[in-house]
Design a protein around this ligand. Structure first.
Ligand SMILES: O=C([O-])CC(=O)C(=O)O
Ligand SMILES: [Mg+2]
Length: 389
């Protein structure tokens, strides 16, 4: 058993939308195919992965160093003898050979994308959905059969008025979502409050709305928004300040005692640990949004979950960023609190398996081997072209 090829390509997920920090007019992501010589159903097993939005494609890093390290590794050293399968931990070690600690920038995205494809292959070789494999290997064997999801959108784009924002949110409720998320921080506080009130007219209750500032605010602005947001009793207030400014996050907690969320731009278990040590986040009410596809993959995510456990945080407090099926599998298989969903944006990478409806805020997972990409036709078409083309 061996990996015979790892292919990558860059796909466009460009759209005119913007958050408080960036627009997505040139956004890309990498798609990866890990081709093995293992035959299932008469065909070689191919694992697939992609990175979530926001960090662009990682092809250059993969081509420059990561792919060669796997190709150069002794194939037997990448095998998990106990499970007669590929060993994601050994492959991760090969990928990270000669990498210094710290500075978790783009390489964590490149490695996370390859790692996703490796786990997809591992679950396909074992012939079961990844969430079941994870529950068997790392928990008591029982995966959640549905996952709480919320609809993320509410972006800024030219010409978008309150009515369009309301229509978008109504569309999410109609599709079964109970909590929606919108962007803040790219307009004045006054304008953002009127956008929030427009959305509240549709969703009805602050507990059905989360807001995301994408790390835009300095401390004074974060606190000014906190004061203004408080009366709405929102579901959460996300990424107010710079993701690595733990002191800002801790100070904000002195001014806002309602749920906050952050972590999508922390890319390692060490950074996650620093957030929990110094960010003033509370395990009873706050949410963590670490995204495996941006942060060295599931191998590293298991370490992050260990850090959380050591520091008294339940895995149920994690609701990953990224709206992808990999995190949905981790959520079901390792008992996270839920997952983000992008019903309308970042297609065909946003959203989950075809034909599985969101019911009362929860979504089920397809019963197919691997992550479940084959159950999402438009996404699988892109992947298959890379893997089999
Ligand atoms: O707009 C983005 O960069 C995505 C994001 O923060 C989220 O989904 O929470
Ligand atoms: Mg966010």
């Amino acid at each position: 058993m061996r990996i015979v090829d790892i292919r990558e390509k860059t796909a466009s997920i460009a759209s005119p939308i913007a958050n408080a920090y960036i627009d997505f007019s040139k956004m890309t992501c990498s798609v990866v195919a890990v081709v093995t010589d293992v035959i299932r159903d008469g065909k070689p097993v191919i694992g697939y992965g992609f990175n979530s939005n926001g960090r662009y494609g990682q092809g250059a890093l993969m081509r420059d160093r990561f792919l060669a390290r796997v190709a150069e590794a002794e194939p037997d050293s990448l095998i998990d003898q106990d499970h007669d399968n590929l060993d994601p931990f050994a492959i991760w070690k090969a990928l990270m050979r000669n990498e210094k600690p710290g500075g978790h920038g783009e390489r964590s995205v490149a490695v996370g994308t390859i790692d996703m494809a490796v786990w997809d292959a591992v679950a396909k070789i074992e012939g079961k959905p990844l969430y079941k494999l994870l529950a068997e290997r790392y928990l008591d064997g029982v995966a959640d059969d549905k996952v709480w999801v919320y609809a993320a959108g509410g972006y800024y784009y030219p010409g978008k008025d309150h009515r369009q924002l309301q229509d978008e949110m109504r569309g999410y409720l109609d599709r079964g979502y109970r909590v929606v998320k919108m962007k803040i921080g790219a307009a004045s506080l006054e304008e953002d409050l009127s956008r929030i009130e427009a959305v509240l007219e549709v969703v009805g209750d602050g507990q059905r709305l989360a807001v995301d500032a994408n790390g835009r605010f300095d401390q004074d602005t974060a606190i000014a928004y906190a004061r203004a947001l408080k009366p709405y009793n929102l579901f959460w207030y996300e990424e107010a300040g710079d993701p690595l400014d733990y002191a800002l996050q801790a100070e904000l907690a002195n001014h806002y005692d309602l749920p906050m969320a952050t972590g999508e731009n922390l890319f390692s278990h060490q950074d996650a640990r620093n957030l929990l040590r110094y960010g003033g986040m509370l395990p009873e009410k706050d949410f963590l949004q670490f995204d495996c596809a941006l942060s060295y993959g599931l191998v590293e995510y298991l370490r992050t979950l260990d850090v959380m456990k050591d520091m008294g945080w339940s895995s149920r407090r994690v609701v990953p960023h990224g709206g992808h099926q990999m995190s949905l599998n981790i959520a079901a298989g390792l008992h996270l609190g839920g997952n983000e969903s992008y019903p309308d944006v970042f297609q065909p990478f946003g959203g989950f398996a075809d034909g599985i409806r969101v019911e009362d805020g929860y979504v089920g997972l397809p019963d197919v081997p691997g992550v479940g990409f084959e159950a999402k036709a438009k996404l699988y078409a892109v992947m298959r072209e890379l893997g089999e083309g």
